[in-house]
Design a protein around this ligand. Structure first.
Ligand SMILES: O=P(O)(O)OC[C@H]1O[C@@H](O)[C@@H](O)[C@@H](O)[C@@H]1O
Length: 594
């Protein structure tokens, strides 16, 4: 028998019950909240249940038979739990490695992830908060008022969430999960509903100081790209501590291991190595072996990530509402990102410190060579500073490049957000097959960028492509910085929204269903696009931004209107296409700034 099946340790929890039994677990104790199916923690070890090592605790197996694992960490690094809450869990946060070592003398922090096994209709968990700093988080905790600032996220069966150390979170009643994590039992409880332990009549310990120290504040929201590896394997996360794959077995498959894997059956029946396993089983697949799998089953498989760091770039999309900090692969794929609310009423330093935290997390697993920032203009690119971006009033004229460069010790480049999006679309999106690409974003404002042979043409003053201020008419609303008759004052989302409002309509999409309004919009935008064609004659014009969500309403009409406004030999010669990278264009382009 090559596989090593494990028998769980059952853990009492205040919020536990006996419903873990529905996942095939068996126990007599009451109020069991967690089944630790792969644990080498001394306070609750899983034990080998069959085969030559039967009866050996996992930690002992690791210490005495290292050849089965193929890794050299001095302490077994992973922990797998099945959790079935019969009540809400505490509002909590976990430390990262550094804090776990300094505050607790523990080898590992507690980065964890959840595969949702079951959730009620409309089920939600708590993931993140809206407090703007550690101080406001702590004040709310002290005032007993933390619940009002917590973010709830809908979940349903089969969802997967990575919960980086530092994320304020809580599982809720009836949302059951398979939890894969670093081998740690350090939870900092921030709030526990004032509940008491029935056995002692006392409340459980809270750890407000350690918890506040460990928390992201402002909250950093983590998202990772899911990667299909082959017809039955999907990578759900790969982080510095572990990777998790979902294997969907529908016929015979073969796999081989370099280092060990832990496989948990979450649905169906898996046949492996001459035995069958149902939901609830966790198996150790030793290092350097091959296995035949069969049956019909869904399995979550984890192992330890390789320590080699890939080269990658970081793109930052600093918008008026949100800021995204992302790792982008050399092929232009957004690998993972942290997102936070931009808080332009606070010091710029607050944002820069959160960027530093995110970049340092990424540096644990990537060799970061460059950081690019895409931000709304107007910008002073030479000084690496904001000029007067309307959505960032408090930061006008502040430099961002130089302080960020000092904070990160990495080269940093700043560019206008529309230019960055243009670069991304030209390299990896709708313009990737041609030489000259003009990108126009029709959004809250109107911006644009010109890319020639994959190089951004910024212009002598960094203002090439600023087509929002291009005069297309002699009339129109006045604006503090734009020309009367500027394209943006007529055809932007803001302009359409304003016209919709005066007509008693709710949004610009509804406005564009009105024939007269639609004709006006199309003629204005077509005039702008024809002017672009006559200026740079690009291979393609790519249109992006929120207003293109209503493109089906006006697309054919727009093509005809552009054709009517250009020289006869240019009619129909410049394809108008929609952007392909959507909301990711800015952050991807930022990563590729020179
Ligand atoms: O502090 P309580 O409410 O018991 O919750 C503690 C539990 O929280 C979950 O989110 C996970 O991190 C578990 O590994 C942990 O054991």
């Amino acid at each position: 028998m090559k596989i090593i099946p494990l028998q769980p340790h059952y853990q009492y929890r205040l919020w536990g019950g006996d419903r873990l039994k529905r996942f095939g677990f068996y126990f007599d104790e009451v109020s069991i909240g967690e089944a630790w199916t792969a644990s080498a923690l001394p306070q609750g070890s899983s034990v080998v249940s069959a085969g030559p090592y039967a009866g050996t605790p996992l930690g002992e197996l690791y210490n005495t038979h290292r050849e089965l694992f193929g890794i050299d960490a001095s302490v077994f690094p992973l922990l797998i739990k099945w959790i079935d809450p019969n009540d809400d869990l505490s509002i909590q946060v976990h430390p990262d490695d550094e804090l776990a070592q300094s505050l607790e003398g523990q080898p590992y922090g507690k980065n964890e992830c959840w595969y949702i096994l079951d959730a009620p209709e409309g089920g939600e968990i708590i993931y993140g908060h809206t407090f703007e700093s550690k101080e406001t988080l702590q004040q709310a905790l002290e005032a007993g008022d933390v619940m009002s600032g917590l973010i709830r996220r809908p979940v349903s069966r089969g969802d997967f969430l990575y919960v980086p150390a530092g994320t304020v979170h809580a599982l809720t009643k009836d949302v059951s999960v398979l939890e894969i994590q670093q081998s740690s039992d350090t939870t900092y409880r921030l709030y526990d509903y004032g509940r008491t332990e029935p056995t002692t009549g006392r409340t459980r310990d809270l750890h407000v100081n350690q918890g506040t120290l460990a928390s992201f504040a402002p909250h950093l929201d983590y998202v990772e790209h899911v990667l299909s590896l082959n017809h039955f394997r999907t990578q759900l996360t790969r982080n510095p501590y572990f990777f998790v794959e979902k294997w969907t077995i529908e016929r015979e498959e073969s796999v081989s291991t370099d280092t060990f894997r832990l496989l948990s059956v979450v649905d169906g029946t898996l046949e492996i190595d001459g035995s069958s396993f149902d939901i609830g089983a966790t198996l150790l697949l030793p290092a350097g072996q091959s296995f035949q799998l069969d049956g019909t089953a869904t399995c979550l498989v984890t192992g330890v990530s390789s320590p080699t760091k890939q080269k990658a770039r970081i793109g930052i999309d600093l918008g008026g509402t949100n800021t995204r900090i992302a790792v982008v692969s050399t092929e232009g794929r957004l690998e993972k990102q942290y997102k936070l609310k931009t808080q332009p009423h606070l010091e710029l330093d607050t944002l820069l410190n959160q960027i530093k935290l995110a970049v340092e997390r990424f540096q644990l697993e990537y060799d970061i060579t460059h950081v690019g920032i895409a931000a709304p203009g107007p910008l002073d690119l030479k000084r690496g500073a904001f000029l007067t971006p309307p959505n960032l009033p408090n930061w006008h004229h502040q430099t961002i490049v130089e302080p960020l460069c000092t904070l990160l010790g990495l080269p940093v480049t700043l560019e206008n957000d529309a230019n960055a999006a243009a670069l991304a679309e030209a390299k990896f999106g709708a313009g990737r097959h041609v030489d000259s690409v003009f990108y126009v974003t029709v959004s809250t404002g109107i911006g644009g960028g010109f890319v020639y042979k994959q190089n951004l043409i910024s212009g002598a003053h960094g203002s090439a492509g600023e087509v929002g201020n291009m005069i297309i008419r002699t009339d129109g609303p006045t604006h503090p910085t734009l020309n009367v008759g500027a394209l943006e004052t007529h055809a932007s989302g803001t302009a359409l929204h304003e016209r919709a409002r005066t007509k008693g309509m709710t949004d610009s999409m509804t406005l564009l269903t009105d024939e007269i309004e639609r004709n006006t919009f199309v003629e204005d935008l077509a005039t702008g696009l024809a002017n672009i064609i006559h200026t740079v004659d690009p291979d393609v014009i790519i249109l992006g931004g929120g207003v293109t969500a209503s493109a089906p309403l006006y697309w054919n009409q727009l093509q005809d209107a552009v054709a009517m406004r250009v020289y006869p030999h240019l009619r129909g010669a410049t394809p108008l296409v929609l952007q392909q990278l959507h909301g990711d264009a800015g952050v991807i382009g930022a990563a590729f700034l020179p």
